[in-house]
Design a protein around this ligand. Structure first.
Ligand SMILES: *[C@@H]1O[C@H](CO)[C@@H](O)[C@H](O)[C@H]1NC(C)=O
Ligand SMILES: *[C@@H]1O[C@H](CO)[C@@H](O)[C@H](O)[C@H]1NC(C)=O
Ligand SMILES: *[C@@H]1O[C@H](CO)[C@@H](O)[C@H](O)[C@H]1NC(C)=O
Ligand SMILES: *[C@@H]1O[C@H](CO)[C@@H](O)[C@H](O)[C@H]1NC(C)=O
Ligand SMILES: *[C@@H]1O[C@H](CO)[C@@H](O)[C@H](O)[C@H]1NC(C)=O
Ligand SMILES: [Ca+2]
Length: 527
């Protein structure tokens, strides 16, 4: 029986919410001890930790200063943007400040002076940390929402990007996609990327200011309209492939592709009223800590999970040193309500000292040998403790024994080497004539052709004679009248009768001989 003690260290009471606590000190029949749970940090306003970049260079208004007007007041183009005047400047940081009631501060682009060249801008938000979205992304546009835009996301700090949602007043025309609504998605399509027309139509710039990426509506597919049944959502997040990752980002990018048009066509005579202005970007989410931390702090310019369960890393994505007797695993929301911590275990804590350096989760006792051994060593390791590399692999000297990259494939050239094993520095054992770490090269005086063969000819010692030429070290191409491996033999010398002139004489003789013979045969036939 477990008794929960009230004086849990920094832990919050259980009632606070699900997965808030990583561990608690409990008393059991065997005495007090720690009990561990799956845990995650609280959701935060992620805009407070973001780095922003706006592209292309020169897209922010005010350098040089310029005038603009609004769709509501198209002929009063007296508003001014001036980057050098703090009161009239609209730098990117104003998308993330906190605003006093009623007074919007915003980033603003240049106007569409270069129409019909498209007015394009990218706003890229980077966290240098995986974030799990917990609520809608809400982008607030002053002076009208773009008529075409796209939201992209990255999961690897901006190395690769994927579409997240398309927005247009006409999805077919802009993206050749049918318009869909998140509300119409089903449990099997909850992570579909779609095009929506809900946030791009003109409804007056004061009335409709926001563009959303609907996280709550997607959660509601599983958790019900008021997100009352979160247990069902957590269960789905564990079981549905790709669902967790769908809500995870390290970076977001808004690609603004066409500004608000005021509900009509572009009016070329007044391009001062076309531009983008963003006053706020709200991103609500929590640090992704793989259910191994309930705190996430901002340190040295980056968010970091405060890892528990003897895990470490920015996302608690690996086991701490000396806690790698099992491979690392993320915590799990299941079983409800406390989940599984899947904590990292110290060497020796499982199966009486069977250390597997994190390459196996299982040990087995071999009765007749009386030893405990790791089972199914992964990462190309083998041995009782997964401490050796499999045949055909060698030890990576810059990796520790518990590193996933500890064994490197030998990669011996199949033709050039004697077998596919190599020594500790990755050198293969070569057949005669082959060389190089992988035996894919030939020694000097050997040539490669499905293996290494000794040169037949070359430019130094094995010269082709009598004007012959060496073909790829494989053979001499001899001029007429010479033969032999190095063209060293004149055809004449080889056969004394076979000399210049002699051959035609001999041909003539044989004709005569056969002629005589023929006459004779005819003569015999006549008898
Ligand atoms: C915006 O980013 C995309 C890649 O996501 C890139 O292809 C495009 O050229 C960028 N546009 C601008 C205006 O920088
Ligand atoms: C990103 O975070 C990592 C880990 O905290 C840190 O080492 C790195 O310097 C950060 N990079 C940038 C560009 O901030
Ligand atoms: C992590 O290691 C510490 C120190 O050995 C230990 O007290 C603690 O119980 C471990 N935590 C887990 C979740 O295994
Ligand atoms: C050796 O291990 C290091 C550290 O894990 C890793 O960065 C490197 O890629 C590995 N080398 C090879 C060839 O796999
Ligand atoms: C591996 O073989 C290469 C080539 O024969 C040799 O130079 C190297 O010293 C060997 N390494 C070890 C650790 O034996
Ligand atoms: Ca603002």
């Amino acid at each position: 029986m477990l008794y929960l003690l009230a004086f849990l260290l920094h832990c919050l009471p259980l009632a606070m919410g699900q997965y808030d606590i990583c561990k608690s000190w409990v008393t059991t029949d065997d005495g007090p001890s720690w009990e561990f749970y799956a845990c995650q940090p609280k959701a935060m306003r992620m805009k407070d930790y973001v780095t922003v970049r706006v592209d292309p260079a020169g897209i922010t208004c005010g350098d040089p200063p310029e005038r603009f007007c609004t769709h509501e007041n198209p002929y009063l183009c007296s508003d001014e943007c001036d980057a050098s005047n703090p009161d009239l400047a609209h730098p990117p940081k104003l998308m993330f400040d906190s605003e006093d009631e009623g007074l919007a501060t915003y980033w603003q682009s240049v106007t569409w002076r270069r129409y019909p060249e498209p007015l394009l801008a990218n706003i890229t938000l980077s966290w240098n940390k995986s974030i799990e979205l917990t609520d809608d992304i809400v982008i607030t546009f002053e002076y009208g929402r773009p008529t075409i835009m796209m939201l992209e996301k990255s999961l690897d700090n901006g190395r690769t990007w994927h579409p997240y949602q398309y927005y247009a007043d006409d999805c077919m025309e802009a993206f050749s996609m049918p318009a869909r609504r998140v509300r119409d998605l089903s449990t099997t399509s909850a992570n579909r990327v779609l095009c929506t027309e809900e946030y791009s139509r003109w409804a007056g710039s004061k009335k409709e200011k926001t563009v959303r990426f609907e996280v709550r509506d997607r959660f509601a597919i599983f958790a019900g309209p008021d997100l009352k049944n979160m247990d069902n959502l957590y269960t789905r997040l564990e079981s549905a492939k790709g669902l967790k990752d769908f809500f995870t980002v390290t970076d977001l990018r808004m690609r603004l592709l066409r500004p608000a048009l005021g509900g009509t066509y572009v009016q070329r005579e007044n391009l001062y009223k076309y531009f983008y202005a963003v006053s706020n970007i709200e991103v609500t989410g929590r640090c992704k800590c793989n259910l191994h931390a309930n705190l996430c702090t901002f340190k040295e310019g980056s968010l970091q999970c405060e890892c528990e369960h003897n895990t470490t890393g920015q996302d608690c994505g690996k086991c701490k040193k000396n806690f790698r007797s099992r491979s690392w695993r993320a915590g799990s929301y299941l079983p409800l309500p406390n989940g599984s911590p899947n904590a990292c275990a110290a060497a020796g804590s499982a199966f009486g000292n069977c250390e597997c350096y994190g390459h196996s989760n299982r040990c087995s006792y071999i009765d007749f040998l009386n030893v405990v051994t790791c089972v199914s060593c992964k990462h190309n390791t083998r041995g009782q403790h997964c401490q050796h590399c499999r045949l055909g692999f060698y030890r990576n000297s810059s990796a520790e024994l518990d590193d996933e990259n500890v064994c490197i494939e030998c990669n011996c050239n199949q033709i050039g080497s004697l077998h596919d094993r190599c020594n500790e520095t990755g050198y293969c054992e070569c057949k005669e004539g082959a060389t190089g770490p992988k035996c894919d090269d030939c020694l000097p005086n050997y040539y490669w052709r499905q293996g290494c063969f000794p040169n037949v000819c070359d430019d130094e010692l094995l010269l082709c004679q009598n004007g012959g030429t060496c073909y790829q070290n494989q053979r001499c191409i001899c001029p007429v009248g010479f033969k032999g491996v190095l063209c060293q033999q004149s055809r004449c010398e080889a056969d004394r009768k076979d000399c210049d002139g002699a051959s035609s004489t001999r041909a003539a003789i044989s004709t005569v001989v056969f002629g005589v013979l023929g006459l004779q045969l005819r003569g015999w036939a006549n008898l």
